[in-house]
Design a protein around this ligand. Structure first.
Ligand code: PMP
Length: 423
């Protein structure tokens, strides 16, 4: 093992500068092993993982049951691409159709979240014949040109010359407003864009049900229903990005189900492969019909990723991970709220299921950016990996593997309380 310092040295020497600043911590460990909700570094130290590689490892690191399916498939047939017939991809599509919301039942497989969102936006253009989009401030949808153009977090917009065809509406968090009023303002700002640009120009609105990187921004219950009906009135499609929220994380298979809304197009990635690259954009029969030219992603829905994804869905269902996320999420949220009462630096605790955030703000009202870093570092030293996001990088993110247990959560909460006391 080469150790953390050597890894940083090689990153600086051989990767692009854009990758240098991306690791957490002043003293980052070299992670060498994972086992369900635990990670281990090169010294053998154990960490409870509360970030799951950003909502990827919902079924746990190196999950033996899932890996058995992966490895068996790897040893049998790895890849042929879709010009040849193999059954993994179609079996997975059929399985997805059985768990997707409402009338969504057709899938196009690719490898990353960015690729799925890019495909979803293409499909919206093909179906509507229109070519402009609405996205929300604080949303994140990917690194390709159009998905980066739809990303409303300045830090993740690397290209200075992004598409002018994406228009940004306010998200539900607006300075000085409560969430309900913020959500109403958000809808108003969407309405204004539709009016200004003309409904005849806008193909779709793309949004995460809960903004992950934006800081676990969680709209009120009524928001997506009203949004959907506003869009329907204007013949604008709703694309829901479930890349980070999908697969039991919020106590439902998909987060949008918490809002009782069926999107026109939905994208999935991350947790579907539990560490193997797979993504998809999914839609109903009517919209799917418009995508007629041949199209294929070379590695999209390859036999190994498909076999893994099928095992992932089996595992989620067999182990009732939706129920677990719901129950344990309540324990974690309640614990965070109890800590909040004693530590006013926690301004807000939010999220659904095991997708929770704690926003940290200083006494003078400014975002507690430095403090967030100190807390993350101290928790890491105590064997706890917690995430960080938000436009100001001051939201602690709790998105653990859903196989976590109550004791892990109690360990996190008691350590967090001690660390806050040390500040
Ligand atoms: N959408 C959301 C909501 C995401 O969180 C991410 C990645 N963090 C993406 C899209 C892009 O996914 P990928 O990195 O797999 O391209």
């Amino acid at each position: 093992m080469i150790g953390a310092d050597k890894i940083i040295e090689k990153k600086k020497e051989y990767l692009l500068p854009s990758s240098h600043k991306n690791h957490f911590y002043k003293n980052p460990p070299q992670i060498v092993r994972g086992d369900m909700q635990y990670l281990y570094d090169d010294t053998g130290k154990r960490y409870i993982d509360f970030f799951a590689g950003v909502s990827v490892m919902n079924c746990g690191h190196c999950n033996k049951e899932i890996l058995e399916a992966t490895i068996t498939q790897m040893q049998t047939l790895q890849h042929t691409t879709i010009i040849y017939l193999t059954e993994g991809m179609v079996n997975l599509a059929e399985r997805l159709a059985s768990i997707l919301p409402g009338d969504l039942r057709r899938s196009f497989f690719c490898c990353t979240g960015s690729e799925a969102n890019e495909g979803a936006m293409l499909l919206a253009r093909l179906y509507t014949g229109k070519d402009e989009f609405i996205a929300l401030d604080g949303g994140l949808h990917g690194r390709t040109y159009l998905t980066m153009s739809a990303t409303g977090i300045p830090m993740w917009r690397a290209d200075p010359d992004l598409s002018p065809k994406v228009h940004f509406a306010k998200n539900i968090v607006n300075e000085g407003l409560d969430i309900e009023e913020g959500a109403r303002q958000s809808l108003k700002s969407i309405e204004k864009i539709i009016k200004d640009r003309g409904a005849e120009n806008i193909a779709a609105l793309i949004a995460e049900p809960i903004q992950g990187n934006g800081g676990i921004i969680t709209p009120p219950k009524w928001y997506f229903k009203e949004l959907k009906s506003l869009l329907e009135k204007n013949n604008i499609l709703l694309i829901i990005d479930e890349v980070q929220t999908g697969f039991a994380r919020t106590g439902k298979m998909f987060a949008i189900e918490n809002y009782d809304v069926v999107p026109d197009i939905m994208t999935v990635a991350k947790a579907l492969g539990n560490g193997m690259p797979i993504s998809a954009f999914c839609t109903n029969d009517k919209i799917a019909e418009k995508f007629t030219k041949p199209s294929a992603s070379t590695l999209g829905g390859n036999p190994v990723s498909s076999a893994t994804a099928l095992a992932v869905i089996d595992y989620i269902e067999k182990n009732e991970l939706c129920k677990k996320a719901d129950e344990l999420g309540k324990v974690l949220k309640q614990g965070l709220e109890n800590i909040q009462k004693k530590h006013p630096i926690i301004k807000d605790v939010r999220g659904i299921g095991l997708m929770l955030g704690a926003q940290l703000v200083k006494e003078n009202g400014e975002p507690a950016i430095e403090e967030s870093d100190i807390i993350l570092e101290k928790l890491k030293d105590r064997g706890l990996i917690v995430g960080k996001n938000g436009l100001n990088r001051n939201v602690l993110a709790f998105q653990p593997p859903l196989v976590i247990n109550k004791l892990d959560i109690e360990t996190l909460l008691s350590n967090l309380e001690e660390v806050l006391g040390e500040l």
